[in-house]
Design a protein around this ligand. Structure first.
Ligand SMILES: [Zn+2]
Length: 160
């Protein structure tokens, strides 16, 4: 299951919907879902910055933690995490430690940095997630950026 497919675009758009919902809940427009090998959505998480101003409550980090606590190693390895934006270094680390086998993302961190600038609530950490995964000892497949225009549109007017 390499490369972009209709299935990947379908699930990535679901993560965009989660990001939109996150914004309506007063949080940053990021979202992700974890999908198993059979196409079942196991976990979905919105950004969790509010109400505690938790800068570590990125959607992917929350999903990775929940995944570790609830899923077996085999299921994790065969699952794909779809994220509206590229996992930052922290989230890529959490995904690695959770043992999630594959990541598909919309907006690149580099382009997100152009959108957020150094906004105090999101001074984007612009490091390719591939660099983090490449430093690990088990493989994590990465696909992205994908549907990047749609992914960027989630941030329109948010970081001004
Ligand atoms: Zn992150």
């Amino acid at each position: 299951m390499n490369g972009a497919s209709e299935r990947d675009e379908h699930f990535l758009r679901l993560s965009f919907a989660v990001a939109r919902r996150s914004l309506t809940h007063g949080n940053h427009p990021f979202g992700c879902i974890l999908v198993d090998a059979d196409g079942r959505v196991l976990i979905e998480t919105e950004n969790g910055y509010m109400p505690d101003h938790d800068g570590t409550a990125h959607a992917e980090r929350l999903a990775a933690t929940q995944a570790c606590r609830t899923l077996s190693r085999d299921v994790l390895a065969a699952s794909t995490l779809y994220s509206s934006a590229e996992p930052c270094a922290m989230c890529a680390g959490a995904i690695y430690w959770a043992g999630i086998g594959r990541v598909v993302y919309g907006l690149s961190e580099h382009r997100l940095r152009g959108v957020t600038g150094n906004h105090p609530e999101n001074p984007t950490l612009d490091l390719p997630c591939r660099d983090v995964f490449a430093s690990g000892q088990r493989p994590t497949e990465v696909l992205g950026p994908l549907l990047e225009e749609e992914a960027e549109a989630l941030h329109e007017g948010v970081w001004t």
